[in-house]
Design a protein around this ligand. Structure first.
Ligand SMILES: C[S@@+](CC[C@H](N)C(=O)[O-])C[C@H]1O[C@@H](n2cnc3c(N)ncnc32)[C@H](O)[C@@H]1O
Length: 209
C-alpha cells in the first residue's frame, strides 16, 4: 500500500507521499544523473534547463558546472517547484538558478535560449512526446543539445521487469530505438546513445543543427 502511494507520486508529486517521493528521487537518481552528465561538456557560460526538476538535485549539480551561466528548472508540480527552490536556496540567491512552475508542453522561454536541456526520468510522463520534444527544440540554441536520461529501460530478457509500475502509472518503459525515432521525428540531429550495461541505464544526446 505504502509502496503504491509512493510510486503513484512519481508522475506529479503532491502531498505527504509526494514529499516522500521527492526525497527518494533526489537520493536514487543522483548516481544515474552523474553518469549521464558525464556524456556532455558543459561550459561555464552555458544556459541550461532541467525539465521535470523534481526535488532539485540535478539543478544543484548543474549549478556547480556553470560560472557566469544560469540554470533554469521547470516542473508542473507545485510541490516540486517549492522543494527545488528550497534545495537550491543559495543558487537562487546568487542568481545562478531560477525555478518556474510549467508544463514541458508550453515552456515559458523564448526561442534559442538554452545550450542544454536535460530531462532525467521524466519523458515517460509527457503527454505528447513529439510536440514536447519540438517545444524543447524551439528553446535550444543552434548547436544546443538535449540530454534524455532513463532508468526504466526495456530489457528483452526480462519483459516483465517494469510491468507493475507501467500498469500503475499508465506509462511505458523505453528502448534506445524508440527514443531515437522520437528524436528524429522531432527534428533533432546527431543522435547518440549511451548504455550502462551493469545498471541498465540509458541516455541519449541530440543536437539542434
Ligand atoms: C520521476 S520524477 C523525476 C524528477 C527528477 N528529474 C529526478 O530525476 O529526480 C518525474 C518528474 O517529472 C515531472 N513531470 C512529469 N510530467 C511533466 C510535464 N508534463 N511537465 C513538467 N513536468 C513534468 C513530475 O512532476 C516529476 O517531478
Amino acid at each position: 500500500m505504502k509502496y503504491h502511494r509512493l510510486v503513484e507520486n512519481a508522475a506529479h508529486p503532491n502531498g505527504f507521499w509526494g514529499k516522500m517521493m521527492i526525497k527518494s528521487m533526489n537520493k536514487n537518481h543522483s548516481q544515474l544523473t552523474d553518469w549521464a552528465l558525464d556524456h556532455i561538456k558543459i561550459n561555464k557560460t552555458d544556459i541550461i534547463l532541467d525539465v521535470g526538476c523534481g526535488g532539485g538535485r540535478t539543478v544543484d549539480k548543474l549549478c556547480s558546472f556553470v560560472g557566469n551561466g544560469k540554470v533554469f528548472g521547470i516542473d508542473y508540480s507545485e510541490l516540486c517547484v517549492k522543494k527545488t527552490e528550497k534545495f537550491n536556496r543559495k543558487n537562487i540567491l546568487c542568481n545562478k538558478a531560477k525555478i518556474i512552475q510549467s508544463t514541458v508542453s508550453e515552456l515559458p522561454f523564448e526561442d534559442e535560449k538554452f545550450n542544454y536541456v536535460i530531462a532525467v526520468e521524466t519523458f515517460y510522463f509527457w503527454p505528447d512526446k513529439i510536440n514536447d520534444l519540438r517545444e524543447i527544440y524551439r528553446t535550444l540554441k543552434h548547436g544546443g543539445k538535449i540530454l534524455l536520461v532513463f532508468e526504466m529501460v526495456k530489457k528483452p530478457e526480462e519483459p516483465e521487469k517494469w510491468e507493475k509500475i507501467e500498469k500503475r502509472l499508465g506509462i511505458s518503459a523505453v528502448s534506445k530505438e524508440e527514443i531515437t525515432d522520437f528524436l528524429l521525428r522531432s527534428g533533432y540531429q546527431d543522435i547518440r546513445s549511451y548504455v550502462n550495461s551493469s545498471k541498465n541505464w540509458l541516455c541519449l544526446t541530440a543536437e539542434k543543427e
